[in-house]
Design a protein around this ligand. Sequence first.
Ligand SMILES: Nc1ncnc2c1ncn2[C@@H]1O[C@H](COP(=O)(O)OP(=O)(O)OP(=O)(O)O)[C@@H](O)[C@H]1O
Ligand SMILES: [Mg+2]
Length: 511
Amino acid sequence: MPNETNDVILSVRNISKGFPGVQALSSVSLEIRRGEVHVLMGENGAGKSTLMKLLAGVYEPDGGEIILNGESVKMENPLKAQKLGVNLINQELNIAPSLTVAENVFMGNEPGRFGLIDRAYMAKKSAEALAKLGSSFPVDALAGTLSIAEQQQIEIARSIVHDGKILIMDEPTAALSDRETERLFELILSLRSKGMAIIYISHRLAEVSIIADQVSVLRDGAFIGTLRKPNLDNAEIVRMMVGRSLTDFYKHEVSGERIEGRLEVKGLTDGKRVKPTSFRAAGGEILAISGLVGSGRTELARLIFGADKKTGGDIFLDGKKAAIETPGDAIRYGIGYVPEDRKSLGLFLEMSGHENITMNVMGSTSTAGVLSGRKNDAITRTAIDRLRIRIASPRTIALSLSGGNQQKLLLARWLEIKPKAIILDEPTRGVDVGAKSEIYKLIGEIASQGVAVVFISSELPEVVGIAQRVLVMRDGGIVAELMDKKDITQETIMAYATGVEPPQSAFAANR
Ligand SMILES: Nc1ncnc2c1ncn2[C@@H]1O[C@H](COP(=O)(O)OP(=O)(O)OP(=O)(O)O)[C@@H](O)[C@H]1O
Ligand SMILES: [Mg+2]
């Protein structure tokens, strides 16, 4: 059992940090112990990533103290932090795709003498570290050819070769499959058993009970409290995060008429990852597409939206065939899409929150080409309030927003367009609990406006919570359609998604 006082390896005392227009952290204090996983939670924009960047020397605090092994230290830059044993794995991985695994492990810290880099040493040390992690890729592979999970292992290896004492992971599972997540948890627990302290940021309460020894909560830049095992109560954590209890988490209402055949997909295929696929979605309906990561859901969505090239099949909106070759076509025909990876398709980091929200609405609020500035401003303000986007001003650029708030911006844009059909691909990924609940309500409102809502999600509780009908995909095709509330359960969906023992009660659509 950890000794109550001596096991503290790192303490943060009264740390503050401001950015123009935002006080990201106000006098936060926190204690981290060796051999423990310390989970840090809080709503989007609460200051979690900022606090971690202060510990890892990315930013300097405005005030306060960092105490490492009983001594006050200054983390002037990331290399200094690394030398002191603190490594940060960011929300966005820090990997150079065109360098080898070994070069990435030693990035910015290459061993050598007389200006020559000691490649043999780098390869040997990297291989040793990766072997400890049970990784199976060669150290001379180009990092860009590896999966996200493998690239993450390179970053963990970095902390091992530098004899790290504290490993910070900022939402490490956001882009991982369930399997990769399990594997990461094994890794974290084994690092913990070797005495490493792990600070772990997550929005997923389900992960807390698996790996957390302690949970600390930040809210609006302030420290709210720490809970220790065995007192890790989810309801209490949520209350600490949002400052109230969240009842009726999935509550949403769908009213208005159903409009049959709003969106119809017939035999759509890319000849590779999506088998010829057909389904219909009605206006006013919330249709979930579930399945394991890699089952073809995102690929199907991209085909519908014209983001990838189809080799066969047709798309109809309100019974009329739509000639969709590009995302621009899809938008003109009335299809909206919120992609799973907000950076690659959609969000413009250098543009303001206002521009990001109103960019596709511009057309509809301009009269004879003159933009109605006031109407646009109102749209932006309403969206910011409604989704509780934490942004200093509508003119603040998207790049300076926290991860979850960037996601909300993107969602806000589509909410304004009122398309005929909208495809939401993992819309609550990286979004805090309060905002999740808010997004479910909004989805209900969008459906009530007669929009066909196609909702892709790996989080089964949320599929069960809000879907009226569920299509399950496996290996690039739809393997089941669940229409009855009594069939829409996590167990049934999982059974079809994995292909083990489909339950008898559910109707399997054979397409
Ligand atoms: N470089 C920056 N410039 C300006 N403002 C910033 C910068 N980095 C963070 N902020 C602001 O500081 C606040 C805290 O952001 P931070 O990224 O720490 O939140 P977070 O808790 O990690 O949120 P999320 O869960 O969404 O990732 C936010 O209001 C954010 O907009
Ligand atoms: Mg963050």
